[in-house]
Design a binder for this molecule. Structure first.
Ligand code: HEC
Ligand code: HEC
Ligand code: HEC
Ligand code: HEC
Ligand code: HEC
Ligand code: HEC
Length: 457
């Protein structure tokens, strides 16, 4: 066959090297870029990172003693009940409070404010007066370092909470989160470049071959791959069979799943957690779904119902689930979404009149031709919500627990005894039916719960 004289090998090698270098530089550029974007996001939160790496000093000036991240946790667990960063609570807003007193004063004040006031300290006395003698709890358990940390947290610039979320999620494992798309983009670019390089390399090789006097023969045109494929009957047969089998499998799966939405868990416009409301705070289902007892439908509560409580609950201070990104900041933001939707002005404590209703995505939905009545099951039959809707008080995100198929309804009607005790309406029917079936208990099915007309209009 052809012989290519590789006298020009060095030049080809250098070309390859160039290609390699290019790919690397692009890769590291992408990395730099992603680092930069993370760095920008966390710039505000950088106090402690900067302390570690010692690079920038500009964001936090002389007040940068202490670890803001640790301070935040301390603040939330000890101080947040009375203090907010940017507005008055039971006590003053604390952002930038470091400017107001010197550090020794803070150590004394926070560990025991009453003692400091009693000692006649002018600043403390003035404060106490200004706040009408409201008493701040003492914190003898907090060390000076703890207090430094808290103060570092209160010294952070204002937009920190958001970036802190990004920072914590980024540091809690999936650091790639922000940069994955950039890296993917860069990879795609690299591939395109590689293809281009290969093309160049073959071209140069061809040229080299020609310049070295090697006769370069274009290959005879090959039969295109699709033609070759069609001509090979065995291959065609096998592919058709595979396609048919695969198609049938999918079609069967689809047909069986039509209308069955068990496990359906859509993303709602506000992250509303039943686990927090019905679980942790033990709010009765009927507080919000009051019509379940009285009518066919159970209904979703209007936002006014939410505001009965949320006029006062503007922040979330309960349990966090940091692994899933459910931090206090996350939940608090969701409460702000509620405020936006009802048009509640938190600062003025009044409605602005600019409401934008929340469109909850409906989860449970029977077809129109089936009739289901909540009050009949909840009030008359005395069935707990959980029998059909599952452990709602454990659901961070609501989902459809039961299949809601006809078979599901019927099975339960066959198995469930009607709750007759103390129900005058049933006593006579019961006596008759019990005689008819010769049993003590009557199931919903025996009461007529299997008649098509009961469930189908
Ligand atoms: C029980 C409510 C309460 C708690 C909890 C509380 N504080 Fe206070 N704090 C107050 C009140 C009220 C004042 C206003 C002065 C006064 O009347 O005592 C105040 C004042 C202050 C001041 C002075 C602010 C200024 O404008 O000079 C600082 C600093 C402070 N608190 C820090 C903290 C820190 C840090 C924590 C948590 C470790 C904390 N407080 C927890 C109620 C509280
Ligand atoms: C504080 C108000 C509140 C309480 C208490 C509450 N829910 Fe809800 N519920 C909602 C809201 C808001 C939605 C719509 C958002 C969603 O699906 O998460 C909802 C949705 C649902 C849905 C799905 C509705 C659909 O779209 O098909 C079910 C089922 C449900 N709740 C059952 C319960 C049960 C059972 C309890 C008691 C254990 C309960 N809820 C307690 C507010 C509440
Ligand atoms: C009976 C009082 C009450 C009602 C009614 C109520 N909430 Fe809440 N909500 C709470 C409490 C308590 C918390 C937890 C606060 C905490 O732990 O700091 C909370 C937390 C939240 C949170 C943050 C946690 C989460 O679930 O994501 C959101 C968002 C929220 N509520 C939205 C709503 C919406 C929307 C409604 C109306 C459908 C509503 N709430 C009705 C008491 C209520
Ligand atoms: C016997 C089973 C059963 C019980 C018990 C039950 N549900 Fe339902 N629930 C359903 C079915 C089925 C649907 C779908 C209804 C539809 O699409 O018409 C539904 C729908 C809902 C919805 C969506 C809105 C609506 O009315 O369609 C909410 C909210 C709800 N249920 C809450 C509750 C609450 C709260 C309780 C307890 C007080 C409860 N359910 C008890 C079966 C049940
Ligand atoms: C957890 C068990 C359970 C499930 C699931 C259930 N039911 Fe029932 N259902 C009952 C019981 C018990 C009764 C009897 C109530 C009574 O005393 O009248 C009943 C009664 C009824 C009745 C009235 C029957 C009559 O004789 O008047 C209808 C209609 C009905 N169910 C429809 C449905 C539909 C539709 C579904 C499915 C979407 C369903 N049910 C799912 C337990 C269930
Ligand atoms: C206890 C209530 C109940 C009774 C009784 C009942 N059905 Fe249904 N049926 C349903 C529900 C609920 C659906 C909707 C199921 C779904 O969406 O998957 C349904 C769906 C159907 C469908 C549509 C096909 C399907 O599975 O989705 C047909 C046809 C049907 N029923 C016929 C009947 C006939 C005929 C009878 C009398 C022998 C009957 N049903 C009795 C509740 C009932």
């Amino acid at each position: 066959m052809k012989k290519v004289n590789f006298r020009n090998l060095p030049s080809q090698l250098s070309l390859l090297l160039l290609a390699l270098m290019l790919t690397f530089s692009i890769n590291s550029f992408a990395q730099d870029e992603s680092d930069v974007s993370v760095a920008q996001d966390t710039a505000a939160n950088a106090a402690q990172t900067e302390n570690e790496t010692g690079t920038t000093e500009d964001t936090v000036s002389s007040n940068s003693i202490g670890d803001a991240e640790a301070g935040k946790a301390l603040f939330n667990s000890n101080c947040a009940a009375c203090h907010k960063l940017d507005k008055k609570g039971v006590g003053p807003a604390l952002r930038g409070v470091v400017e107001r007193h010197d550090r020794e004063w803070f150590y004394k004040w926070i560990s025991n404010s009453q003692e400091l006031i009693a000692s006649g300290d002018a600043e403390a006395v003035a404060l106490s007066k200004e706040w009408n003698g409201a008493v701040m709890q003492s914190f003898p358990g907090l060390s000076n370092t703890d207090i430094d940390n808290i103060l570092a947290y209160t010294s952070e610039p204002k937009d920190v909470p958001d970036t802190a979320v990004i920072a914590t999620t980024a540091s809690s494992g999936d650091a790639g989160g922000v940069s994955t798309s950039i890296v993917l983009g860069a990879l795609a670019l690299v591939f395109i470049l590689l293809i281009f390089m290969l093309f160049l390399v073959t071209n140069t090789l061809k040229k080299i071959a020609v310049s070295n006097g090697v006769v370069y023969e274009e290959k005879p045109k090959r039969t295109p791959i699709w033609k070759a494929f069609i001509e090979n009957q065995f291959l065609v047969l096998v592919s058709v069979i595979v396609l048919l089998l695969g198609g049938a499998y999918f079609a069967y799966g689809l047909l069986m799943a039509v209308g069955v939405d068990q496990g359906y868990m859509p993303v709602q416009p506000i992250h509303y957690s039943h686990k927090i409301h019905a679980g942790a705070n033990e709010i009765d289902c009927n507080y919000c779904h009051s019509s379940a007892r009285k009518s066919k439908h159970s209904g979703i509560p209007s936002l006014n119902v939410c505001m009965n409580c949320h006029k006062n609950i503007s922040e979330y201070n309960g349990e966090e689930d940091i692994e899933n990104g459910y931090t206090k900041e996350f939940y608090t933001k969701e409460i702000k979404k509620l405020y936006k939707a009802v048009g509640w002005d938190e600062a003025e404590q009044k409605y602005t009149g600019k409401a934008e209703p929340v469109k909850w995505v409906r989860i449970h939905n029977l077809p129109d031709f089936a009739y289901f009545n909540h009050s009949q099951h909840v009030t008359v039959a005395g069935i707990a919500c959980q029998e059909c809707h599952g452990p709602v008080e454990e659901m961070e995100i609501m989902y459809q627990y039961s299949p809601l198929t006809m078979g599901w309804c019927i099975n339960c009607h066959r198995e469930t005894n009607v709750n007759i005790a103390g129900n005058g309406y049933y006593e006579k029917i019961h006596a008759e039916l019990a005689k008819k079936y010769g049993v003590e208990q009557v199931t919903a099915a025996q009461m007529g719960g299997l008649e098509c007309g009961k469930c189908h209009y």
